[in-house]
Design a protein around this ligand. Sequence first.
Ligand code: 6MZ
Length: 367
Amino acid sequence: MEWFRSIPKVELHAHLNGSIRDSTLLELARDLGQKGGVAFLDVEDVIMKNDRSLVEVFKLFDLIHVITTEHSTITRITKEVIEDFASENVVYLELRTTPKKNDSIGMSKRSYMEAVIQGLRDVASVDVHFVSRTEQAPSSLNSQSTENSFNGSAKKKIYVRLLLSIDRRETTVAALETVELALEMRDLGVVGVDLSGNPTVGEWDTFVPALSFARQQGLRVTLHCGEVPNRKEVQQMLDFVPERIGHACYFCEEDWRKLKDLNIPVEICLTSNIVTQSISSIDVHHFADLYRTQHPIALCTDDAGVFSTSLSQEYSLASSSFGIDKVDIFDLAYKAISLAFADHKVKDEVRKIFSSSKGQLSSVDQD
Ligand code: 6MZ
């Protein structure tokens, strides 16, 4: 594991509220329990459970959202999630979250996102680069910035970009609001939009106006696609030709052919797919075929907190399950850079970080 932690990595599919530390979630649940907001023991049971079907996962998200309602909590979890990814040498993170509106506490989608941005600003132990091209001076894009020390040791560096998620429970109007917000927040590192949420809820047609508008305006689009069997929707989504898709668990031969013809990259979430039983076992995971045929793919965590995983663990799992040696694992991580939605300057900086880490390959035993 140590080696998998030590190499630089790129995370392209991580949901903020799915990536919360267990310890933080339990602490927040205990606080809320004391205020009578939830029954702590019930919550503890749900949080600590390890086997989660897709249905249970979405129940858990509803519970998590009750626990993380406040702006200050969103700020805290964002900060911690960034620190956690940076601590395992994720050097580029595309973090996605669903902007939420909650009139009872004066939360608008914008104020929710401002709380997220505050979380990025609050990180002190890691050098976080999140402001996009127009505001960031070219010199600060340099990967060897000098004021980088924390408690006497060199700070790690992480580039963070944001994707705003549209929840499949939302209406066309609500989805359009999210896209408008994403456009307004481009200078704060928002690079695209995602369609996610319970895949058994909602219709593709509801989201097309917002996703088409996003695309027209130059935002990148990624879709949760084929997480449950739904032939018609998979075809409709592929016809939209998103810049990436996530999961692709329930694909038939024709879907694979179309995906490959269109060369649409896939965000692969091994542990998530196994735990939710979307894929029956790792040895039949579509990663194997996509990897062998050199289709563009990126290993991702999905929900590191909910599925008790990390990006290092996902790389380690791919290596042990599919017999991929360290040189090829490093290459797999490197190739994910080109699938990022950030601009080419950021990608070049991330490539430099990989180049300077290449020594890790020669200094390790290839076993
Ligand atoms: C579909 C998922 C997901 O947005 O509140 N989400 N949507 N499939 C998945 N695979 C298991 N995992 C997470 O993060 C939590 C939200 O992300 C989406 C769901 O809409 C969930 O409510 P945010 O930060």
